[in-house]
Design a protein around this ligand. Sequence first.
Ligand code: NI
Length: 254
Amino acid sequence: MLFDSHAHYNDSAFDDNRHELLSKMQDNGVGYILNAADSMRSVEEILDLSDKYSFLYASVGVHPEEVGELTEADMEKLKRAAEHKKVRAVGEIGLDYHYDDVPKELQKKWFARQIDLAHELGLPVIIHDRDAHSDCLEILRERHVEQVGGVMHCYSGSAEMAREVLDLGFYLGFGGTLTFKNAKKVQKAAAAVPIERIVLETDCPYLAPEPYRGTQNSSLLMHFVAEKLAEIKGISPQDVEEITCRNARNLYRI
Ligand code: NI
């Protein structure tokens, strides 16, 4: 059984086929999906979805590109939202230096603040790190993230950095990019990370795996990722599914 540890089914890209897709999951081997929040508005949307589908879980948190206008009152709102029984993590939070819409200092402030929120709630974190590896690791260490645990989602760093993330007790999330022809670095990292510390994800509607690269992604395409990881690890796709599903259930305490 597959566990999609990071999805965005609230995204408007699914407005035309959300229910059609979600109603197919359980018959196609997808047993669990966690929708990751990325803005204040998305929190409400994914909690609504979690009420409608038994296999959907949720996180609360604000993506680094959305922190521009955050306030302490929003932190209180997230805290209250986290009382919902399907909320299993704080995220996705982190740093994104790819675009410079939000100043770095502001990103760092709200990243640290939301790790503190995870401590307050006793929940693991879902980390978004794009082109910000060293600042990201520094804040994770400084805020003692090893006490709450978490996952480095859509891992894109080197095998060396993966070791530092593993030292924090983290899981690493791999998705469609693992199947891309030019993804040698990610494939090397996946080879270096023990299977016991890997979770699978889609980040859908983005990052569809080969041979569907560039189209709308969904958890129904995740077996292409499982097959690629099986090839890298030299084990069966069934074992990959079982082990990564167990890992995600441990991570999110399901
Ligand atoms: Ni995401």
